[in-house]
Design a binder for this molecule. Structure first.
Ligand SMILES: Cc1ncc(COP(=O)(O)O)c(C=O)c1O
Length: 397
């Protein structure tokens, strides 16, 4: 019998210090806004995870632990069964989180002043990591043509050919534009990077959430050569809504890079195991599949709602996503400057979404809406947007 999952349940996220509803994110004057910025879900995590956490808590002893025997096999089986990616167990390293792996790779495999390619609009922390490590960011912006973002491979060739360029941060699938890169696109990117000795650091944290007709391709599964030339960063944080109680993994096929990362983990003592993260991740990969499938269906339902609503509003268009629970909305027809758009959405529509400009200059006029929330909340928010826009329209007649 199919299990039932209740994604409609409204859970008060203010009961714990949740970033998404914190004044740090919403601003002191925005505590009642529709909180749809930070990239996590408003859904309760899958029951197998909650059960195993409760059992682990009940054990009552929390001394030093090793990695549970079942964790790596669970991750490997998940990747194999869900994504047809065969990972060698020796190639997997534990990591505290995905961004930590990006930062470590930057530090170990590039020199200060080296260039790292990013393809904006893209997850803003990429820019911070590059700047904070004293490297230079080189932008190869995605190209928006017929409402779909594509990689600019000519631009990529040029950026990669610069001898100062040593690395590329790939976001696969891509936050915020929702592209699930195809095998062909990834192969082309991989070939350009290999030809120019540019290492690919592939952030695949959004891998598990893809929509019908779109398939996530692990970058390292393209070819052995691409596996050798890449570091893949994985985590169950987004898929099972456990960002606050999980850690992450880096898959590194190249032995010398793997050894360098291991040595750095040791030097920084980034090698302790959190009991709760371990059991939560193992349960997620072993038993979280049915919940995830239902969550994706629910998110697709929310997407249909947004699509239907926006089809009546010419001022706002949806960039059709292929995956992730983040929607990239084009508000450019409103003719507002980025700060005016933020202000309009907050004061007139009651929306707190992520400003498009935060993802790079090409994000100006856009916004990122998180739709992993109970449907009733989204419906209400959409009604308020429709009302705000029709009021503005009427006022300008
Ligand atoms: C593309 C991407 N990478 C990394 C992260 C953060 O990952 P972690 O918390 O594991 O560092 C996020 C969170 O929004 C993300 O969207």
């Amino acid at each position: 019998m199919a299990e039932n999952f209740d994604f409609d349940e409204v859970i008060d996220r203010r009961e714990v210090p949740t970033l998404k509803v914190h004044r740090m994110v919403l601003g002191g004057d925005g505590m009642d806004l529709f909180p749809a910025g930070v990239a996590d879900m408003d859904f309760r995590a899958p029951k197998p995870i909650l059960d195993v956490l409760a059992r682990r808590l009940g054990h009552g002893v929390f001394g030093y632990e090793t990695v549970p025997d079942g964790l790596m096999p669970a991750l490997i089986a998940w990747m194999e069964q869900r994504h047809a990616w065969d990972i060698h167990p020796d190639h997997i390293l534990r990591a505290p989180n995905v961004l930590n792996s990006l930062s470590m790779a930057t530090n170990l495999f590039t020199e200060p002043g080296d260039c790292i390619i990013v393809q904006p609009p893209v997850f803003f922390d990429f820019a911070d990591i590059i700047a904070e490590n004293g490297r230079r960011m080189v932008e190869n912006p995605l190209v928006l043509s017929s409402d779909r973002y594509e990689m600019d491979f000519d631009g990529l060739e040029t950026c990669a050919a610069d001898p100062r360029t040593k690395m590329l941060f790939l976001c696969n699938p891509h936050n915020p534009v929702g592209r699930v890169w195809t095998k062909t696109e990834l192969a082309q990117l991989g070939a350009i990077c290999r030809k120019n000795e540019v290492i690919v650091v592939s952030d695949e944290i959004h891998a598990d959430i893809t929509f019908q007709d779109h398939t996530y391709t692990p970058f390292a599964s393209i070819s052995d050569a691409d596996a050798q030339n890449s570091i893949t960063c994985l985590s169950p944080a987004k898929s099972f809504n456990i960002a606050a109680c999980c850690s992450a993994f880096a898959v590194v096929s190249d032995e010398s890079r793997r050894n360098a990362l291991k040595a750095e983990n040791s030097r920084l003592t980034v090698n302790k195991n959190n009991a709760f993260a371990s059991v939560a991740m193992e349960a997620a990969y072993k038993d979280g599949g049915p919940w995830l499938d239902s969550a994706i269906t629910y998110i697709e339902g929310n997407l249909s709602l947004v699509r239907a609503c926006l089809s009546d509003i010419p001022e706002v268009s949806l960039i059709e996503p292929e995956g992730t629970f983040l929607l990239w909305l084009d508000f450019r027809n409103l003719g507002l400057q980025p700060h005016e758009l933020t202000q309009f959405l907050r004061s007139e529509a009651g929306w707190a979404i992520t400003r498009g400009i935060a993802f790079g200059d090409s994000g100006a006029g856009f916004g990122r809406l998180n739709i992993a929330c109970p449907r009733a909340r989204l419906e209400k928010a959409l009604d308020r947007l429709v009302h705000a826009i029709s009021t503005t329209r009427d006022a300008s007649k």
